[in-house]
Design a protein around this ligand. Structure first.
Ligand code: ADP
Ligand code: MG
Length: 486
């Protein structure tokens, strides 16, 4: 088929993201919320929904949902009702999930992402609601049976539903990157797609460019990485266009992605949609989220990536690239913030964090949490350079490595013990300068005759005589004076 046919169409994509919350206990019981334990060891009668048990809403779940809602610029609902979503499945011991139906806690927000050309783009957030996870069916452990692990049953989830605002697989990928970064900054979810703590369903349709009406959509599930979400979407876009161009109609179905072939297949048709018989959860009171509570959560919110980015570019005058590197992970950003608390030289702080610090982390394959130099110490090193006592080269090559192996000593102490303090005392400097000038009477004459480029050669000699410790700025001025007077 002719390539240009694909250009006639525009894709429309909306994502539903489930994020497992990093709470200690489950959403409606005190069972531990922990990944990787022995199967079926974190399961109490409440999780099983046995007769006589009652759920209790975990307050942290509400706090986390509010945090996310604020960060996504959402309206936060005051009166939150819980609903039962009924269906039968082997890994759903209660026969229903407690979720929110008509009253999602967050509505009407947005998230800024980058579009395929790298420009900022606003993606609407329809709603976020609180719910609980089901258990896990394992089809590939036993050769004949499906095994069920109920440790995950009742783990709190927040479902983030976007508006159908994305227009390509790449935009969907960028959106997921931003969602992951955000939930990590907020400490709401660890964002690990491979372990399933962040899961994504993609709704995809196509329409002729320039038309308003959305096409018929499919929903794709079971993608366990962000790249696979992008691949699944790209596959679907092409499949839809091929069907439409052949005169057919896209079936409105729920599909599964198969990573090895990069294709999707139909799981069930949307026409035979499940009837979940939603009704208000009779065992839980509605939760009231007051404005005072929202403000309290807002006050304790950690710094967020887009705020920091704006601050670094506008207030600190860092380049967009530098600001991006410094806010890429929360841990690096917090370290940089801590350095900034101890120095006013933001540019130097940025250069140290992006240069020597990040190289050390990369070379040793460690994260900043295990970096041995504290933010205060790094700021002291910057101050030492700014005071003119050492230059960057000495700081980077001689002092920084000692600071890494011995975190007890200040950079000043290390510089003194190793005799690295720059000579800025004029008398001492003058000694080296006079010596350098006296050694080279012919060059002095050439200099005086107008060959000012010889200044560099004299400076080289002064540096050598001082064993690299001459303060270059002061030495340079004194040298000029001595030469002029010679
Ligand atoms: P459902 O409950 O059937 O999944 P929702 O109303 O919750 O339906 O919508 C789910 C997602 O589908 C949302 O992210 C929304 O943006 C997206 N969506 C809705 N219509 C379309 C469409 N025509 N094409 C692509 N995505 C769509
Ligand atoms: Mg859906």
């Amino acid at each position: 088929m002719n390539e240009s046919i694909y250009d006639k169409y525009e894709a429309v994509i909306g994502l539903e993201v489930h994020a497992q919350m990093l709470t200690h206990s489950k959403a409606y019981s005190s069972d531990e919320n922990k990944y990787g334990e022995m199967p079926n060891t974190l399961v109490s009668p409440v999780t099983l929904g046995l007769p006589g048990t009652l759920p209790l809403a975990n307050e942290r779940v509400i706090e986390f949902a509010v945090r996310l809602g604020i960060a996504l610029h959402c309206d936060i609902r005051e009166r939150n009702e819980y609903a039962r979503k009924n269906y039968f499945y082997a890994d759903l011991p209660k026969g229903y999930q407690i979720t929110q139906d008509k009253t999602p806690i967050c509505t009407n927000g947005y998230l800024m992402i980058k579009d395929a050309a790298g420009n900022p783009k606003r993606i609407g957030i329809q709603r976020c609601h609180m719910e609980e996870d089901a258990g896990k069916s394992m089809h590939d452990v036993d050769p004949t049976d499906t095994l069920v692990d109920l440790n995950r049953a009742g783990v709190p989830l927040v479902e983030i539903v976007s508006d159908p605002d994305m227009r390509s697989g790449e935009e969907a990928y960028n959106y997921l990157m931003e969602v992951r970064r955000l939930v990590r900054y907020l400490d709401v979810c660890d964002g690990n797609m491979e372990e399933g703590s962040l899961r994504c369903d993609a709704n995809v349709s196509v329409r002729i460019k320039g038309t308003e009406k959305y096409g018929r959509r499919v929903e794709v599930k079971n993608m366990n990485s962000m790249r696979n979400v992008q691949r699944a979407i790209e596959y679907e876009i092409k499949r839809h266009i091929d069907i439409i161009e052949a005169g057919g109609v896209v079936d409105q179905d729920t599909r599964s992605f198969e990573a090895t072939s990069g294709t999707t297949f139909s799981l069930r048709s949307k026409e035979a949609a499940n009837d979940y018989r939603y009704f208000p959860e009779p065992d839980l009171q509605p939760v009231l989220v007051t404005e005072a509570y929202v403000n309290e959560v807002r006050k304790n919110l950690p710094p967020l990536p887009d705020e920091l980015l704006r601050k670094y570019i506008q207030e600190l005058q860092l380049s967009e690239y530098d600001a991006g590197v410094l806010t890429d992970t929360k841990e690096i950003a917090l370290y940089f913030e801590a350095v900034l608390k101890n120095t006013s030289n933001a540019k130097a702080a940025a250069n140290w964090v992006m240069g020597p610090v990040k190289s050390y982390l990369n070379e040793n394959a460690i994260t900043i949490q295990r970096f041995p130099i504290s933010a205060e110490r790094l700021a002291q090193l910057i101050a030492l350079i700014d005071s003119g006592k050492v230059n960057f080269g000495v700081a980077n090559q001689k002092i920084f490595p000692v600071m890494i192996s011995d975190s007890t000593k200040s950079p000043q102490e290390i510089a003194e013990e190793n005799n690295l303090i720059q000579e800025s005392d004029s008398d001492a400097l003058l000694g080296f300068i006079r010596e350098a000038v006296a050694k080279n009477p012919t060059k002095v004459a050439e200099y005086k005759a107008g060959k000012t480029s010889l200044l560099g050669m004299f400076m080289g000699d002064v540096m050598k005589l001082s064993k690299g410790k001459a303060d270059p700025k002061i030495a340079n001025e004194l040298l000029k004076k001595v030469l002029d007077e010679a």
